[in-house]
Write a protein that binds this ligand. Sequence first.
Ligand code: S3P
Length: 425
Amino acid sequence: MHTTISPVQSIRGRLKVPGDKSISHRALMLAAIAEGQSRIEGLATGADVLSTKACMQQLGVEIEAAANALIVKGRGLAALHAPAQALDAGNSGTTMRLLSGILATRPFATTLIGDASLSRRPMRRIIAPLELMGAKVTATAEGKAPLTIHGGKLNSMQYRLPVASAQVKSCVLFAGLDAEGETIVIEPSATRDHSERMLAAMGAELRGEHNRIGIRRSTLHGMNISIPGDFSSAAFLIAAALLLSNSEAVLESVNVNPTRTAFLEVLKSMGATLALEGSNGPSFEPVATLHVQAQRLQGVRVNEALVPQLIDEVPILAVLATQAEGETIITGAQELRVKESDRLAALTTSLRAMGANVEELADGLIVRGPTRLHGAELDSFHDHRIAMAFAIAGLCADSPTTIQHAECADISFPGFFELLKEHCH
Ligand code: S3P
């Protein structure tokens, strides 16, 4: 399917983004291995989270729909059973990597498969630590999916992550839930801490601070979980409101966990001010309502110290940079080459096709702005964040833009194009 985006002047109104994808994966997995029932409200509705839900059901976990919520009937880690067939993680790296940590503790073999994109993504980063703990993992010769996890009795270890990755950190912490002794993970720089927050809330024996976290064998307890809106989805709408001259948008109930919101700091450095109205919801994750209006932007520098905390916002930041005065230099972002697509290559080719001045670096981008964007025929590279970033660029262009395979936005933001249609004029 392709979608055509026509230029508009504004995005206006109160907008609601879907539940946070990262928190939703963790809620389903941890509720599934907890003892007792969990009630999850506001779960993300995208395809990635549905993959996690289906995998947990295949492992024998009972999940029921209730009014405005999902009930997960956890019976503890030990109640998981070998699935009848391979578990399909679809497009979801989070499903494959986090679930591998849980499966490494189980005394059976499980095969995990994924779609073409996921089957190209690096898995040695989780295979190495899980094998150090005592699991056996088979993969392709290049260290990619399909993976077969032969789990069992695990030993703890102290592990220094070679890349700053919340997925790898979470995989090791989840394995540590049933390992002998204390499993310690040290990150090169702090990444999103949703796993730590949820593990602690469910009763795990967790300690540590900043980028060094230890976990001991723990029994988790089911609980009520309210999932806030996804900051990474909100970022596309924030960008639209900043760029479209007559905009005034209010984004409701967005997760503003400080390990996820470096994008807001970068916007501040670009000269934009956003009003955040805090709310004290029942969630153990901070939530706010964001007020955004059109503003003039300046170029900015983003380096490896900041990248892990805005890793999913780099595509939309590149779009913003095309309209900012001066040079934007993003470095230390080589991880973008192994996301759902090679995002640095996708951004360079496509934004150039729209008339932007973009230079591709091995580990980042240099964007010189402002440049007028022209409508173009673009490929989404089957990558949800690339499709949505190009859609926002298309709203600001001087003629219509066509995006091929735009339906991949459903991975994290079902209803994205409908929302733009309703609120953009
Ligand atoms: C995620 C972590 C990030 C991010 C992904 C979700 C998570 O990946 O890009 O969209 O939920 O832990 P990495 O940990 O591989 O950087």
